[in-house]
Design a binder for this molecule. Structure first.
Ligand code: ATP
Ligand code: HSE
Length: 364
């Protein structure tokens, strides 16, 4: 595609926050919420510099995120997709305003949302018109577990698996193609193509299926005010599991995928089926209060509660409920407070639409 034929419009990209695992579905279940990372290029710029700039509207929530495009996960991802399509520079100048209310490193899929947003950004600025499954291939070249990114891209309650479990290639996609050009102004630094061309992801890296979701079930997210990186929370997991633990999880996972779609949710069934032996027990020491919360907040003592689990890699706790949302949130925050963990809670809806990229009005 020539630069003249690259579309030059304003757009808004929206990518939902997600929760992964939902108890026993480690690295396989994801759920999308009504809380969105959004990217907006509010002005069309008559600038001939083919680069990209970034600013965050809410720096408080995004402290520490690099603004240099060559270091920021959103633009690094976009650059990876562009390089795979033969671009040696951004196709046009684009000044992006990012609004990100998804708390970082809390288990609400902030990195998955950033990766999906980057893939959609490249797709938009270069007019690639990639179908959703191909967008997912690129996102999975970077975030090598499919739960968050599948739900973020597709929306709703999604089960997915990677067809290739080559962990050696995990997260390597972003390491090759970047050479930040430090000679250029630090705010608008350009990407200089490295000698090594990036590895194009194979097609259909993953398979996924949308699962039914019972309309009245909402998500109470209880968010500790400390960060826990996914890398740290994965480092505590064992390399192997016993047959008993494997069977324990498989049985619950099979039941859970149907129990959450029933029109009259069975609280006791859902609560039991959200129990896990693959990651939560190992991560409990990283989240003070988690174990007590999971054992004391049960349907018998907490009206409206259906089930609770660690959200993604934590430290957020996800509570599914169909009533008494505020009271449940308050009770969970009180338990964390007994462990000196300050929390905020958000009551969110499960959304079915997934990520979008839409044209929007421009100021020129
Ligand atoms: N909006 C964003 N813009 C740029 N980078 C981001 C953005 N959101 C997240 N990131 C990057 O992702 C990192 C957080 O990723 P991490 O996998 O540790 O947590 P998470 O994705 O929030 O949690 P989980 O995967 O358990 O849901 C941040 O430190 C930052 O590097
Ligand atoms: N399934 C992943 C989600 C976090 O990105 C984990 O629990 O480590």
């Amino acid at each position: 595609m020539t630069i003249d034929s690259v579309p030059d419009t304003t757009f808004e990209i929206k990518v939902p926050a997600t929760s992964a695992n939902i108890g026993p579905g480690f690295d396989s279940l994801g759920l999308a919420f009504s809380l969105y990372l959004s990217l907006h290029n509010p002005t069309l710029c008559a600038v001939f510099d083919r680069s990209v700039t970034l600013e965050y509207t809410d720096p408080q929530n995004n402290q520490g995120l690099p603004l240099r495009p060559s270091q920021n996960l959103i633009t690094k991802t976009a650059w990876y997709v562009l390089r795979c399509h033969g671009y040696l520079a951004f196709p046009r100048f684009v000044a992006i305003t990012v609004t990100n209310p998804i708390p970082l490193s809390r288990g609400l899929g902030s990195s998955g949302a950033a990766v999906v947003a980057g893939v959609l950004l490249a797709n938009e600025v270069a007019g690639l018109n990639l179908p959703k499954d191909r967008l997912l291939d690129f996102a999975l070249a970077i975030e090598r577990h499919p739960d968050n990114v599948s739900a973020a891209l597709l929306g709703g309650f999604v089960a997915s698996y990677l067809r290739d479990d080559d962990t050696a290639s995990n997260t390597k996609a972003l390491e090759g193609p970047f050479q930040p050009n430090d000679k250029i102004n630090s705010h608008t630094d350009a990407f200089a193509p490295s000698a090594v061309a990036p590895r194009m992801p194979p097609s259909q890296v993953s398979r996924h299926v949308s699962l039914p979701w019972s309309a009245g079930i909402r998500a109470i997210t209880v968010i500790p005010q400390f960060q826990l990186s996914t890398a740290k929370a994965r480092a505590v997991l064992p390399q192997t599991y016993s047959r008993a633990d494997l069977v324990y999880n498989l049985q619950r996972l099979a039941v859970l995928t149907h129990a959450l779609g029933q029109s009259s949710p069975d609280a006791k069934l859902i609560h039991e089926a959200m129990s896990d032996r693959s990651h939560q027990p190992y991560r409990a020491d990283l989240v003070p209060g988690l174990q007590v919360l999971l054992t004391t907040m049960v349907p018998d003592t907490t009206p409206g509660l259906l089930g609770a689990c660690l959200s993604g890699a934590g430290p957020t706790v996800l509570i599914l409920a169909n009533d008494h949302f505020e009271a449940i949130a308050q009770k969970a925050c009180t338990i964390f407070a007994e462990y000196n963990v300050a929390t905020k809670s958000l009551i969110l809806d499960v959304i079915q639409d997934g990520s979008t990229c839409k044209p929007c009005s421009a100021t020129q």
